[in-house]
Design a protein around this ligand. Structure first.
Ligand code: DGL
Length: 272
C-alpha cells in the first residue's frame, strides 16, 4: 500500500454481532476503509474454552495481517476477554478490544454505583468486566448475568420477537431487582436487541454499547499514531468476509449497517 494511513482497519467477531461495532466505526470514522471478518463457521465462541478461543483469534489475526490492515478491532466481547492480552504481542499493528472501553464508560456514567454486565457465558466467567470495574472504583457493586440464548436469537434475526422478550425478561429480572442504573451490553451481538433490553430494564437504566465506546478509542489511537486516513477524495471501501455462509453475512449486514452489501468472500480460516 502506497500510503500506509489509507490501509483498512480489520474488524472481526465470532459471527455477525461485530457488525454493530463496525457500524459505530463507520459513524465515528466515516472515511476509513474497513475489512470485516465473521467467524460464522465456528460461532459461538461463548461456550468454548480459553485455549480454543485464543487459537481461533490467532488464525484470524494472520488472515487480517495478510490483508495489510493498519489496526485491528476485536469486535467480540468473548475474544476480547479471553484472547486479547495473550495475542497482543503477536501483531505488529495497534489492536484493541471492546471490554476496556465499555468498562471505562460505565464507571463514568453510573450515579448509584450499581452496574450490571450481560455477556456470553465465557465473558461472564472470565470476571474481566468486574475486575476492571473494581480497579477503577473498588466500591462499585457489579452484577453479571450470562445470556447464552441472546447470540443465537440475534443470528436467527429474531431481534424484535416475543420469544426474545420472554428470554430477556428471564435473564434481566435479577439485574432490575438489584437496582443497577447502568448496564454494559458486554457482547457485540446485544445492541441488535437494544430495544427489547431497554423495554425490559426501563428507560431510566443507561445501556452501554461497547461498540460506540470502542470506536471513540480507535479514533484516538489512529490520530495519536498519525495513521488516520489521508486520501479523503476516495470514498471508503468496505470488504466483508466470513468462514461460512457469506450470503448470510450480506443479508444480515444489510440490516445491521443499513447498506447494500453486494459481496462477501468465504475464507478457509483453518488454513491460517
Ligand atoms: N459477539 C460475540 C461477543 O461479543 C458473540 C459471542 C459468541 O460467539 O458466543 O461475545
Amino acid at each position: 500500500m502506497e500510503n500506509y494511513s489509507d490501509a483498512p482497519i480489520g474488524v472481526f467477531d465470532s459471527g455477525l454481532g461485530g457488525l454493530t461495532v463496525m457500524r459505530e466505526i463507520m459513524r465515528c470514522l466515516p472515511d476509513e476503509n474497513i475489512i470485516y471478518f465473521g467467524d460464522t463457521a465456528r460461532v459461538p465462541y461463548g461456550s468454548k474454552s480459553r485455549d480454543t478461543i485464543i487459537h481461533y483469534v490467532e488464525q484470524i489475526l494472520h488472515y487480517l495481517e495478510e490483508q495489510e490492515v493498519k489496526a485491528i478491532v476485536v469486535a467480540c466481547g468473548t475474544a476480547s476477554a479471553y484472547a486479547l492480552e495473550a495475542v497482543r504481542h503477536k501483531v505488529s499493528v495497534p489492536i484493541l478490544g471492546v471490554v476496556r472501553p465499555g468498562v471505562r464508560a460505565a464507571a463514568a456514567i453510573t450515579k448509584n454505583g450499581k452496574i450490571g454486565v450481560i455477556g456470553t457465558e465465557a465473558s461472564v466467567k472470565s470476571g474481566l468486566y468486574e475486575s476492571l470495574l473494581h480497579k477503577i472504583n473498588p466500591e462499585l457493586k457489579v452484577c453479571s448475568v450470562a445470556c447464552p440464548l441472546f447470540v443465537p436469537l440475534v443470528e436467527e434475526g429474531l431481534w424484535r420477537d416475543e420469544i426474545t422478550t420472554l428470554v430477556a425478561k428471564r435473564y434481566l429480572t435479577s439485574l432490575k431487582e438489584a437496582g443497577v442504573d447502568t448496564l454494559i451490553m458486554g457482547c457485540t451481538h446485544y445492541p441488535l436487541l437494544e430495544e427489547t433490553i431497554r423495554e425490559v430494564m426501563g428507560s431510566e437504566v443507561r445501556l452501554v454499547n461497547i461498540g460506540v465506546e470502542t470506536a471513540k478509542v480507535l479514533s484516538r489511537i489512529l490520530s495519536e499514531r498519525g495513521i488516520t486516513k489521508k486520501t479523503l477524495d476516495a470514498p471508503p471501501v468496505y470488504r466483508f468476509s466470513s468462514s461460512d455462509a457469506p450470503e448470510k453475512l450480506c443479508r444480515f449486514g444489510e440490516y445491521a449497517l443499513s447498506m447494500t452489501i453486494p459481496e462477501a468472500v468465504r475464507i478457509s480460516i483453518e488454513d491460517y
